[in-house]
Write a protein that binds this ligand. Structure first.
Ligand SMILES: Nc1ncnc2c1ncn2[C@@H]1O[C@H](COP(=O)(O)OP(=O)(O)OP(=O)(O)O)[C@@H](O)[C@H]1O
Ligand SMILES: [Mg+2]
Length: 437
């Protein structure tokens, strides 16, 4: 069983850089796990620790359920492909692929068969006699893959294997790689900073930021219910619209989300209102993806936002309009410091007490010991924005339009908001669970 488990794994380099911070991750047998995050977030370090090329500073690396911290790399039954893989230029494609087999003493007969099998699977069966210099970039990449899988590893580690290729070839190889590893049933950990690559290839995606794991789930889960503001901002194109909203509860009527000059309203009997009402008088972040916004006639009633087109982007198959709606956008800083977390229980209770106090003008009975833990009812945490985490700017609401629409910058536009597709985040950047979907 080729499973991988990281248990509280931390890597601190001698210069004090914390590259990986207390990561817990399980990769199932045969699973295609993608590690996603911006440059420097620790992806390669995780991979190198799994391969045994780097020792964790603390924590356990488990392979097939066994502690592997002290297992030498050659005993880990792992194959690895890097971004800047090197082929032997003087050897033919066939010899390059067969090289690991020759090293481990496989006879020429069976070796030739294995090379042929792997090369056919990768679509390079007809170029086995060529030298690497006579191949295209995509073919060379396939040879590197072939060399890695020819020994039938239980675990396949790939570190940005496609980043040197042009976008057309990347898309093609993306499908091939995930198809091939699934066919072979090889457990794979694949590193990329490209969110589209992650969402299209992965069984599950693990999103990292500054050495900290932010969220793990199927592409549908992490895209549909991002655990943090950071994950919400990182996944999807165009990026999720993240608007600052101040919450105001009108008891028994609705919860208003004031977005600067305009507002959206959650009906009081809507299950989501309960969770959002806890933030009465505070600012939260409301996320809406472009697919939650539909252009409508300007006099349409209901959950509609009005704006003016600031600029347009034409992508061929669609155009994007960026609207000025008089709201404030929250811009997530990719490289910002990791979010500090209070224990959720404490935070929830403290918040409940604060809100009830403001709504009713008096302290609730339950305020007592738990409030002390939180540092007293006056311990209001940061208000958006926190320096170094995310910052604010006038919102440009991204809206999808048909290709080349008959509108131009300055043109007014109304959009209907699908209220059931909104995301909510607190001032720490954590998802507010509104109990649906
Ligand atoms: N040997 C080292 N000594 C000190 N710091 C290191 C060392 N190797 C990596 N780092 C640092 O650890 C952090 C994580 O590096 P890592 O290579 O894992 O990032 P990454 O997510 O793979 O980035 P990229 O997408 O650019 O490849 C970075 O801040 C990097 O500078
Ligand atoms: Mg890297």
């Amino acid at each position: 069983m080729a499973t991988v488990a990281l248990k509280d794994v931390t890597k601190v380099f001698p210069d004090g850089t914390v590259a990986v911070d207390t990561i817990n991750l399980d990769v199932n047998d045969g699973e295609f796990m993608v590690l996603l995050g911006p440059s420097g977030c620790g992806k390669s370090t995780v991979l190198r620790m799994v391969a045994g090329l780097e020792d964790p500073s603390s924590g356990a690396i488990m392979l097939g359920g066994e502690l592997a911290n002290d297992l030498p790399p050659r005993d880990r039954k792992i194959a690895m492909v890097f971004q800047d893989f090197a082929l032997y230029p003087h050897m033919t494609v066939g010899d390059n692929i067969g090289f690991p087999l020759r090293l481990s003493g496989v006879e020429p007969g069976p070796r030739g068969e294995r090379i042929q099998d792997v090369a056919s699977a990768l679509g390079i069966g007809d170029v086995l006699a060529r030298k690497p210099g006579q191949l295209s970039g995509g073919q060379r990449q396939r040879v590197a893959m072939g060399r890695a899988i020819v020994r039938r590893p239980g675990l396949f580690l790939m570190d940005e294997p496609l980043s040197n290729l042009d976008s057309g070839l990347r898309a093609e190889l993306r499908a091939e790689i995930s198809g091939l590893t699934r066919e072979l049933g090889v457990t794979t950990i694949y590193v990329t900073h490209d969110q589209a690559e992650a969402l299209t290839m992965a069984d599950r995606v693990a999103i990292m930021r500054k050495g900290v794991l932010q969220d793990v789930g199927t592409p549908t889960q992490v895209y549909g219910r991002p655990a943090t503001l950071y994950v919400a901002a990182f996944l999807g194109s165009p990026r999720m619209n993240l608007l600052e909203a101040s919450v105001y509860v009108h008891l028994d009527r609705y919860v208003a989300l004031n977005l600067g000059e305009q507002a959206l309203y959650l009906p009081w009997d809507d299950i989501r209102s309960r969770a959002v009402a806890h933030y009465h008088g505070e600012r939260i972040v409301v996320g809406m993806r472009a697919e939650a916004l539909t252009p409508v006639a300007p006099d349409t009633a209901g959950d509609v936002l009005h704006g003016r087109i600031r600029y347009l982007e034409h992508h061929g198959h669609e155009s994007l309009a960026f609207l000025d709606i008089g709201a404030t956008a929250i811009v997530v800083d990719e490289m910002g410091t990791p979010v500090e977390r209070a224990a959720p229980g404490q935070r929830g209770l403290r918040r409940f007490n604060q809100v009830m106090q403001r709504l009713t003008g008096r302290a609730t009975e339950s305020s007592g010991p738990a409030l002390e833990v939180g540092g007293g009812g006056g311990n209001r945490t940061s208000v958006l924005p926190d320096p170094g985490r995310h910052h604010r700017r006038p919102a440009e609401l991204a809206v999808r339009l048909a290709p080349y629409p008959q509108v131009s910058p300055g043109h007014p536009l109304a959009v209907q908001v699908r209220m059931d597709a909104l995301h909510f985040f607190d001032e720490r950047g954590d998802r507010i669970d509104v109990g649906w979907r």
